[in-house]
Design a protein. Structure first.
Length: 349
């Protein structure tokens, strides 16, 4: 099969690799219909995270079940499925608490499983799915190509944006500011809007992303950054600050901005993978500012978000502004790194 690997910073390759096979009775094999590049994939691409040459990469995909192991009873060949960005059994103590990203028997795509068996990355033609019954979420029937982008976002970015709003505790009538205008930040706008926020401020200086944020429910746009951006948002709230700030980047600057935006007694949601982030504990203590979030258990949110997509309530797939064949994955990474694309959809076949 063809699959994407990373060998060094800025060195993405699409190579011929062995076809996966069932190794465990809880496995399934999935033929990938659509995959994509995530903003978090750019950390190793840029050399910020360490890279092991030849590592499989990619963690978002949708496709069709081709084979299942003997212990898989809730899935059958032909089922169309969405794969969360982490696989999980969905039955252990942690999963039952709604934190499938910390599953006692789960793991990440592109690494070995708990038995030392290889697990494929999501950016390829086929994927061996461990803990298939707990991981994969089915979609009734065979969705049309027009739905693939929306459903693909449920692998990660839509569920992650949703988790940010959940972590911040967004309530009807709240004022909300979203820090970050990537795919996750744009999906956080959708989440805040659906949760009933009366004001949703999207902090973005990119015209196309501003337009998309407005479509998704943003009521205000702030292009300025740093102190100027904070001042402009605070002016919208008569100097008090917003009830909830959603941090969707993962840098120290973004987190500092989020805390500068939120009012005393408010809260910050965070889902950006932290790099150089330090929490202002003194400010949090003095102003009773809460924080919640972390790596998003998208498996917990998937059924509800799937149903919202199928009902036509949300269209998060609009975050994809470039579609390429899998063999052009190196260009997909370059386009996102250079901010020529917000999010790239890859077609494996």
């Amino acid at each position: 099969m063809r699959a994407t690997t990373i060998h060094a910073p800025f060195d993405i390759r699409v190579e011929d690799l062995p076809d996966p096979e069932l190794h465990r009775p809880t496995d399934a094999l999935v033929k990938v219909h659509a995959a994509c590049v995530c903003g978090s994939d750019l950390w190793p691409y840029r050399g910020i995270n360490d890279v092991t040459p030849g590592t499989r990469i990619g963690h978002e995909f949708v496709g069709t079940v081709e084979q299942v192991g003997d212990e898989v009873t809730g899935l059958r060949p032909g089922d169309f499925v969405i794969a969360p960005f982490v696989y999980s059994d969905n039955t252990c103590r942690v999963c039952r608490a709604g934190m499938q990203t910390s599953c006692e028997h789960g793991g990440f795509w592109g690494t070995d499983d708990e038995h030392g068996l290889p697990v494929d990355g999501g950016q390829g033609q086929w994927v061996r799915v461990p803990q298939a019954e707990g991981t994969l979420v089915t979609v009734p029937g065979r969705p049309g190509d027009d739905l693939l982008p929306d459903l693909l976002t449920l692998s990660d970015v839509m569920g992650t944006g949703w988790h940010c709003a959940v972590g911040a505790g967004v309530q009807p009538g709240d004022t909300v500011a979203v820090v970050g205008d990537g795919a996750v930040g744009l999906c956080a706008v959708i989440a805040a809007h659906l949760m009933g926020a009366s004001m949703v401020v999207a902090m973005s200086r990119h015209e196309a992303r501003q337009a998309l944020a407005t479509q998704f429910g943003a009521t205000h746009l702030v292009a300025e950054r740093g102190e100027q951006g904070v001042a402009k948002v605070r002016a919208l709230t008569e100097g008090l600050g917003v009830d909830r700030a959603l941090e969707c980047v993962g840098t120290g600057e973004a987190m500092a901005t989020a805390f500068d935006l939120v009012r005393p007694g408010g809260s910050v949601g965070f889902v950006g993978v932290p790099h150089g982030v330090e929490l202002p504990i003194g400010t949090m203590f003095r102003n009773n500012i809460g924080i919640g979030g972390g790596i998003a258990p998208v498996r917990a949110y998937l059924p509800e978000l799937r149903d919202r997509v199928l009902a036509g309530e949300i269209h998060p797939g609009r975050v994809f502004d470039l579609t390429l064949p899998l063999d052009e994955a190196p260009e997909a990474y370059a386009a996102m790194h250079e901010r020529r694309a917000t999010k790239v959809l890859l077609q494996p076949w």
